[in-house]
Design a protein around this ligand. Sequence first.
Ligand code: GLC
Length: 480
Amino acid sequence: MLVLMVSSEANPLAKTGGLADVVYALSKELVSSKQEVAIVMPLYGTMFKDINYPIRQIASFDVILGWRNQRANLFTTLIDGITYYLIDNEYYFAREGLYGYGDDTERFAFFTQAVYDMLKQGVVPLPDIVHVHDWQAGMLPVLFKEREKGNPLFAKLKTVLTIHNPAFQGIFSQDLLTEFYGLPHQLYDNGQVRFGNQVSTLKSAIVYADMITTVSPTHAEELLTSEGGKGLNSVIELRKGRFVGILNGIDYQEFNPENDKYLAAHYSPENFSAGKSLCREQLLKTFHLTNDEKRPLFGLVSRLTWQKGIDLIEKAIRPALEKGDYFVALGSGEKSCEDLLENLRREFPEQVGIYLGYNNTLAHEIYAGSDIFLMPSLFEPCGTGQMIALRYGTLPLVRYTGGLKDTVLGYENNSVAKANGFGFCEYSPEALNQAIMLATKTYRNSKVFSRLIQNAMLANNDWKKSGEEYLKLYQQLKEE
Ligand code: GLC
């Protein structure tokens, strides 16, 4: 079977968040089960200079976007058995970042059309499954179904949409439906692609894809409610029979405390105490902090956005810092969130370390060297940080939402034999503070804390099971 992943980002070439990890790791897993996998994504300006893989151009074609005629240069490379197709157009993609530009609608309309043209013109082999991720190429299933209705070439092609983040919906003005996608206005009038008074690429994909998935079973339930559905619940409800939640995994090769090249020491579930304390010592040293072993170290690695509960942390961690606990954070994003963390550092310079930006080595050091990993998200379709933390024996402290609920067993609800972290439900500083207090108290009981570490390290979140579930889903579609 040949699967084509259509994504705006994928490791190891371009990443802003968990999406890039998931697309790459799932593809690798499918390759190891003997499937053929390709990923198509834009060739961003920032990538050109630091791609360490030999890329070669295989095609060049025009993409028509209303009155514009834009050139797509198609490059390819092979990484870990996965074929990457990189769509290059300097005007749209030779920029500093990946998203956040005024013309994102047009940039990703170009990307979507280019993928469609590349398949239609037979520039690359036609896949059995086109697996679209998030809003960016959401119109692709619409293009296949509306424009290729009687075309035998596309008759067997099946589409899957995975919703990684329902807060990003690809909303644009109805006037652009024809201009950017060459689709009739009637699809707006009959409601198929309409979302309020505009068009949403994510909603359209939900309507048109052959199968819709999201990244955890709990988030699948949440998306069907009015609080969690972000306005999409009624649309998803209509496709309920075609909708499932499949929990993401993490890459067990990349994240392995037994041989992680970024760490000062290595350790295993059977023998972690010396290795883990060396990692902690190193981490505190990196941030120029002292090391009082009686006090726990809280860690955070996150995109800094309103979704991640940074506002709660800023309020709830203060009492712990006043008692002498430590907190280190790595991330970048919204200025308001960065400022909240900076406030803490200014107030507690001896105990708080902040790194604004992305630094892979430091991320690994935080996953391994912290005692407790904070993830009090407002919503979290799956979350990868908590699973990485578990693997490194750093106890996740989470709000029970989405995938966090599916992966963390809090000590407040579970026995010592089962628990592998801490959690709370209500989105409030008080509820987070209570969980922090329990974590601090448990840290002082080293026998219990060690057992929880071991439970965490033994939790299994590799891609094997999820990979099998996706494969089963593709196979079912193919047989329909
Ligand atoms: C998005 C979600 C996150 C999920 C990731 C990968 O970033 O916010 O919860 O883990 O996608 O699916």
